[in-house]
Design a protein around this ligand. Structure first.
Ligand code: UT7
Length: 339
């Protein structure tokens, strides 16, 4: 039996990103919240973020990013669409089938992946598994979130961090030694940390209570300092395992693309791993923390501006509510960018 028929690798062959046009600067936030541009940039590194207009939803951003990724990947249509999001359009149905239909992908397998800010890496792993089993030959993987829909605009700690956006990649069946082959996934979770980042209302647990949810329960509540520490530990730990599995040394990594949560978190992860800060993606400066979209958006921006070049070694690592985390590696392929 040929190697191709037993263990097909998933190879990245298209990329695209989209952020809504409305820019929200630190200056604008400091006009209505007890905060300053200086506090936000010093504590997070973020200078501005994008918010959707009223009525715009996650699927709208996902379709825009998906369209660009499909254009970058060329003519062959995917047979599956995964949307990784913590802010689906509705509790039911999943957002992915609507996105697939709006992209003209009739009869494609389509489902959501719920792993908050780690969702893109989880969705990549899921898509890679679908390709290696032969269930799919080509998968559109989208990370999309509208955090402005769940962050309390009066909560100065969370309102300054998050932004809205979507990023997407296309994976095709290929060989594991090709540029673009994603692999050496390390995934993990710890549900004892459920309360550290939570939207308490809106699910089956809340419906069993006999009172209306409070304002706090309807919005994201986060214990920032604890999340910060877990994020550094879990991203650096899983990234180290992924590197070891790949046989790569930290100094051989050309780009560390970590979930864009906070510049101080990114730099701490880089320090833990022994990777220079200059090799660390810092797209959050311009768009904030975009949840599941942050890694594909950072990749798209780096590819478009020429920082990310074919053949370079890329390490992806993510952490988010759950708690959940994940890492993987790839060599960057030669892609058409559309941004
Ligand atoms: O996507 C994955 C999930 N999220 C994350 O990864 C976020 C992880 N955590 C963080 O990024 C940081 O913990 C934050 C940016 C959320 C907070 O930064 P921090 O350095 O941990 O600040 P802190 O929470 O310890 O607050 C320090 C002070 C407090 O005042 P007191 O108690 O010292 O008087 C806060 O009330 O800063 C105050 N503060 C602010 N001040 C001005 C909190 N938010 C603000 C603000 N502007 N926006």
């Amino acid at each position: 039996m040929s190697r191709r028929s037993t263990a097909r690798a998933a190879v990245l062959c298209g990329i695209g990103g989209w952020v809504p046009p409305r820019v929200v600067t630190n200056e604008e936030l400091s006009q209505r919240l007890a905060t300053t541009d200086e506090w936000i940039t010093t504590r997070t590194g973020i200078r501005e973020r994008r918010f959707v207009e009223p009525g715009e939803a996650t699927s709208d951003l996902a379709v825009a990013a998906g369209t660009r990724a499909l254009r970058s990947a060329g003519a062959v249509a995917p047979d599956a669409v995964l949307v990784s999001t913590a802010t689906p359009d509705r509790p039911l149905p999943a957002t992915a089938p609507l996105v697939a239909s709006r992209l003209g992908l009739r009869d494609a397998a389509a489902f959501d992946v719920a792993a908050a800010c780690s969702g893109f890496v989880y969705a990549l792993a899921t898509a890679a598994g679908m390709i290696s089993t032969g269930a799919s030959r080509r998968v559109l993987v989208i990370g999309a979130d509208v955090y402005s829909s769940i962050v309390d605009p009066e909560d100065r700690t969370n309102a300054i961090i998050f932004g809205d956006g979507a990023g997407a990649v296309v994976l095709r069946a290929g060989e594991d030694d090709e540029p673009g082959a994603v692999g050496h996934f390390v995934l993990g979770s710890d549900g004892t940390g459920e309360d550290l980042a939570i939207v308490a209302a809106g699910g089956s647990r809340q419906r069993t209570t006999d009172r209306s949810p409070t304002r706090a329960e309807q919005h994201l509540e986060m214990q920032g300092k604890k999340i910060f520490r877990h994020a550094v530990t879990r991203m650096s730990g899983s990234a180290r395992q992924s590197l070891a599995a790949a046989g790569w040394k930290p100094e051989e990594v050309d780009h560390l693309v970590a979930h864009q949560a906070n510049l101080r978190i990114l730099q701490s992860v880089a320090d833990e791993l022994g990777i220079d800060h200059e090799r660390c993606a810092r797209h959050l400066v311009d768009v904030g923390n975009t949840g599941a979209a942050s890694i594909p958006l950072a990749l798209d921006a780096a590819a478009a501006n020429g920082e990310l070049r074919p053949g370079q070694r890329v390490l992806l690592t993510a952490f988010g509510a759950g708690l959940a985390w994940g890492s993987c590696v790839l060599r960057w392929p030669d892609l058409a960018t559309t941004t």
